[in-house]
Design a protein around this ligand. Sequence first.
Ligand SMILES: [Zn+2]
Length: 171
Amino acid sequence: MIREIVIYPDKRLRKVSQDVTEFDEKLHNLLDDMYETMIAKDGIGLAAIQIGIDKNALLINLADEEGEQHKEDLLEVINPKITHLEGSEIYQEGCLSVPGYYDDIQRAKNITVEYFDRYGNKIVRDLDGLLAIAMQHEMDHLKGHLFIEKLSYLKRKKFEKEWKKKLKAAK
Ligand SMILES: [Zn+2]
């Protein structure tokens, strides 16, 4: 089922999500709904809180060189923890909860992340490139943070002004 995306400045996006304890049908339904929603909205990543569920679950599904997303590339990430961060990289990020806004954000270039799959199997992966960026972006959501918090003071001010205008116009 396609769910509604929580849009900034909705307070739910500031919630700290809780670890998943049951790797059951309820979790699988949540992940399936998240996937359908992410694909319907043309996203490459989605955290559960973006559909209003405060659980430590996120998806990443990068596109190939032709711009197509394949479900076999889907990462379902439960209760992730970054155990290593290295280097730095700047990438232009966007977010389904801040639709239409993109900006350069600096993050670690290489990360090691530990997480569980939907069945509760533990996985350890070294990530780089866009996968590492997307993982850090989505994990920020689980802690109640958004990429726009990383903007400079002036850029953030400009963003807030334009965003308010945009929300007003959409009403
Ligand atoms: Zn996001």
